[in-house]
Design a protein around this ligand. Structure first.
Ligand SMILES: C[S@@+](CC[C@H](N)C(=O)[O-])C[C@H]1O[C@@H](n2cnc3c(N)ncnc32)[C@H](O)[C@@H]1O
Length: 260
């Protein structure tokens, strides 16, 4: 198990809602019914936004089986189930998955399932025509993240859509970059960061990894997704992310466009 997987298991067991959206109101000790409803409403909004962008690219497309990579407590898997035939949440954390399962409303129980992923993705489902992921890859070291993105796109059905989110920019300040990197490796740097951002001193490190857009576009392209739309978003502390959305072409049009 990698160090980031261990950290996520701890977050899932101790403070899962805060770990997903990192707003103080979502700490376990503050959560109530109203805040939980607000938390899940944000997921419905995020899914709506992405599916609106997808509909602009292809009016006739309908989600059949959807995968939600890094599903956490099901904030996005549940609204995805409402907009598809079946939604499958994937995560490395058992405790996140347990919480997600408990959050599924009775009327959706038959339309949602969850799978614990292992390192080499051998249990990745086959036959899905939508792959979605939001605020997940940024927490995975780049080398592993690129390999996962490639695998997820490789197995996507032809004619299916992918919408994958990555952080691609951090403030251009040497100290910021250095502290971020050192906090991944040295526990007391992580403690200092926790003090600075007012988290409990020994809270597990939540890695932030900055991906390269050109590398990502190449991975999409190598998997038959030539035309992509990028929706940018601003995170806290000057970080910038991008949701890359695109349709996997049928083999025949892949060959036709290969010279482009
Ligand atoms: C910030 S949360 C986001 C959850 C969900 N996508 C959402 O927006 O509500 C990140 C999630 O990614 C999961 N995760 C981290 N590394 C992962 C990996 N290598 N494979 C699958 N899931 C992972 C964590 O366990 C956690 O549930």
């Amino acid at each position: 198990m990698s160090s980031t997987d261990k950290a996520w298991e701890k977050w899932g067991a101790n403070d899962p809602y805060f770990a997903v959206l990192t707003l103080d109101k979502f700490h376990n000790k503050n959560l109530n019914k109203k805040l939980k409803a607000e938390f899940f409403a944000s997921g419905q909004y995020d899914i709506g936004l992405t599916l609106k962008a997808v509909a602009k690219m292809d009016k006739s497309y309908a989600v059949n089986t959807a995968l939600d990579f890094g599903c956490g407590v099901g904030r996005l898997t549940i609204p995805l189930a409402r907009r598809s035939k079946h939604a499958i949440g994937l995560d490395v954390s058992e405790s996140m998955l347990k919480e997600a399962q408990a959050n599924v409303p009775p009327e959706l129980l038959k339309k949602v399932s969850f799978i614990k992923l292992n390192d080499n993705l051998v249990n990745l489902p086959k036959n899905y025509n939508f792959i979605f992921s939001y605020i997940v890859f940024q927490h995975i070291p780049k080398k592993r993240g690129y390999a996962i993105a490639n695998e997820l796109l490789k197995n996507l059905d032809e004619g299916g859509f992918a919408a994958l989110h990555f952080t691609i920019h951090e403030p251009d300040r040497i100290v910021f970059k250095l502290v971020r990197r050192l906090s991944h490796k040295i526990f007391f740097v992580n403690w200092l960061v926790n003090l600075y951002i007012r988290r409990p001193l020994t809270a597990p490190n939540m890695q932030m990894n900055i991906y390269k857009l050109d590398q990502l576009v190449k991975i999409f392209r190598n998997n038959g997704i030539q035309d992509v739309v990028c929706k940018s978003d601003a995170h806290g502390r000057g970080m910038m992310g991008v949701m890359i959305i695109g349709k996997k072409q049928a083999q025949e049009s892949k060959e036709r466009f290969s010279g482009r």
